[in-house]
Design a protein around this ligand. Sequence first.
Ligand code: NFE
Ligand code: MG
Length: 494
Amino acid sequence: MKTRVAVDPLTRIEGHLSVEATVEDGAVVEARSSATLFRGFEQILVGRDPLDAVQITQRFCGVCPTAHAVASSQCLENAFGIMPPDNGRIIRNLIQGANYIQSHILHFYHLASLDFVRGPDFPPFIPRYEADYRLPKAASDAIVSHYVDALHIRLKAHEMSAVFSGKMPHCASVVPGGVTVTPAVDKVTTFLWRLKELREFITNVYVPDVLTIAEVYRDYGEIGAGCKTFLSYGAFDLDNEPDVQKRKRFFPMARSLGGKLATVDPGKITEDVSRSWYGSSTHLAPSAGETAQDSAKKDAYTWVKAPRYDNGVYEVGPLARATIARMTDASSIHSKAIDDALKNLRLKPENLPSVMGRHLCRALETKALADAMADWVLQIKLDQPVATAFVIPEHGSGYGLWDASRGALGHWISIKNKRIDRYQAVVPTTWNASPRDDTGQAGAIEQALVGAPVKDPANPFSIARIVRSFDPCIACAVHLLTPSGKLLHQFRAV
Ligand code: NFE
Ligand code: MG
């Protein structure tokens, strides 16, 4: 017998997502993810000064504004024909790195860990699904106490970003050409001191907690695989090569398709809208993208568009980056850490595309990144410039490709008469939470839900576990807003 299960709203993510699944013989056979929040930034940008894009796109989201600041700055740099000097590049990496750490710790402790750990019986820990909480009480209580510690740690990570970005969230110092902050010894030491504390937390608390959960939920190494095709634009520039496809990045730019490494050609990216609430043409390249809302569109079921690479569905995020890192350099410390963790958990590389694989990759990349940042901060040269001068061209176009903490983030701009003529963003959660495309292919999360075990339709906790393992952010994914502030839907979360 077929049963329809709705998880609406799916809480403990950023934004408003609902999931509808058809369950047959105790497992999901078909699923749809629907973003129910409508916003409007891409239109807001049209007609403005190109430099406004760096500030306005950061307001997509308070969780990952640094990624929008960097992607937007790189998009403008591409249009202006400039690159930042070493200091600008390094300081941006530090601002972004601190935000990755903040975001990953937020995701594990404050959003996802309660899928596996029974919290106390008072809000915000209830209401909850009655799931199969398996951890012994002492281990469970320890992780709940780290929930509180993680709040303090995230504050320190925000402070680290703010040392160089002026404030968090929404950095002030990131601009096309580099940064506006003057490096000084006190800033470097303030940053390093906090980074030391963060690295201790990551090594001694975060990674061990993920491993503790992974050990008792090893079956979630077999659940939620998804499309198994991965895309990463890469992040954290290690040189100033103008061609982003040739630039060396700490996380490399690549795809994994059919188990093989492949290059990324930005010309092959399109966004389908046949099942999304947009009246604009479907299958447009982002450089020609449109954003015209049509909430009455027949057969549409979400505000998220469906980005595709060469018509293919791709998962983005920590699992994509880790898969590509292992394929690019199997002997790196990061790749070896992933292999060691899999071995200790008696799991195989084939288990990485899964709920537990996503949590593991997220935690281990946090450690790899935090360790690397300790070297990067010492590469700042106090007497060297932080930015390159530029002139805004009369006409031009550009793009910035950069992995945010949740995955591949692209910004595209066209400039006419020194003003923004078109601005389009294709963000990580748009990839992961995309609906069916023009050819009927389901999105990455929708595919990952197929096969999810659901014994009790009143407690579909495996659905929530799968969706949360992607760390979706609907505010980023839709980035649209009715200018009139019209009420479109009203929700009551229980
Ligand atoms: Ni709102 Fe974001 C990240 C971006 S997600 S959190 O990371 O861009 O789609
Ligand atoms: Mg967009």
